[in-house]
Design a protein around this ligand. Structure first.
Ligand code: GRF
Length: 236
């Protein structure tokens, strides 16, 4: 059976992984949200349609009243608050408790950051090496790093005069937006664009691309080049 990697074509594909063994069992996901949660909804919809061999076992948020958390509760998905609010440490989890809940209570195998605005603690990054994904609404490594979030990203992109933008899905390390890139998609930036128009164009691609990446991770269709670059393979 023939597989291709999902990024732009190159003349010589590396040898694809062989998948003669049975499909891996459904993976347990934790989705982290801080806002409306439209990417979370797109991923959850793909789970429900059977396009992702996974289960959203738990949602984690610093803002338990956000739209993403409301959606989780409506669908019977438990919500954890992390980090705890500064003025009420008992209202949320600490770093160790978060890690313990994810690993022991919810048996999480893959962490999916979907518009989560806080930094992930090092203990979690270490425990989930190559198993935490994030989405950024621009083509990294440009327009990323601390302070580049939400509308700020799109304003900077429009102001720069670049002609293309689009979402980046990347693995998470201990800095903002610097981990290995798994996938990107391209949308045009028009010289007449307002940042909101660009944001809507990029968001549409986010909702298409992120579920594909999560599906690939759940199917074990991501391999690693020796130099640390991940390769995502098409389903067969
Ligand atoms: C998205 O644009 C995502 O790229 C960024 O935050 C936004 C979250 O949107 N990280 P939503 O909460 O998924 O609707």
């Amino acid at each position: 059976m023939r597989q291709q990697h999902l990024t732009a074509a190159s003349a010589a594909h590396p040898q694809p992984p062989q998948h003669s063994e049975p499909a891996p069992p459904s993976k347990r996901l934790a989705v982290f949200v801080s806002g409306g949660g439209s990417n979370f909804r797109a991923i959850h919809a793909a789970v429900q349609q059977g396009a992702i061999a996974g289960t959203v076992a738990v949602v984690v948020s610093n803002a338990p009243g956000c739209g993403g958390c409301d959606y989780a509760r409506q669908h019977g998905i438990p919500v954890l608050t992390y980090p705890a609010p500064k003025d009420d440490p008992s209202a949320g989890l600490g770093d160790d408790e978060l890690l313990q809940q994810l690993t022991e209570e919810f048996s999480v195998e893959l962490v999916v950051l979907a518009g989560y605005l806080k930094l992930i603690p090092s203990s979690l990054v270490r425990a989930f090496k190559r198993r935490i994904l994030n989405i950024h609404p621009a083509l990294l490594p440009a327009f990323g790093g601390k302070g580049y979030y939400g509308g700020k990203v799109h304003r900077a992109v429009v102001a720069s005069g670049v002609r293309f933008s689009g979402p980046t899905i990347h693995f998470v390390d201990e800095e903002y937006d610097t981990g290995p890139i798994l996938a990107q998609a391209i949308v045009p930036v028009y010289p007449t664009d307002r940042p909101e128009q660009l944001a809507a164009r990029v968001l549409k691609e986010e909702h298409r691309l992120y579920p594909l990446c999560v599906a690939a991770m759940c199917d074990d269709r991501v391999t690693w080049r020796e130099d640390g670059v991940p390769i995502m393979w098409t389903a067969h």
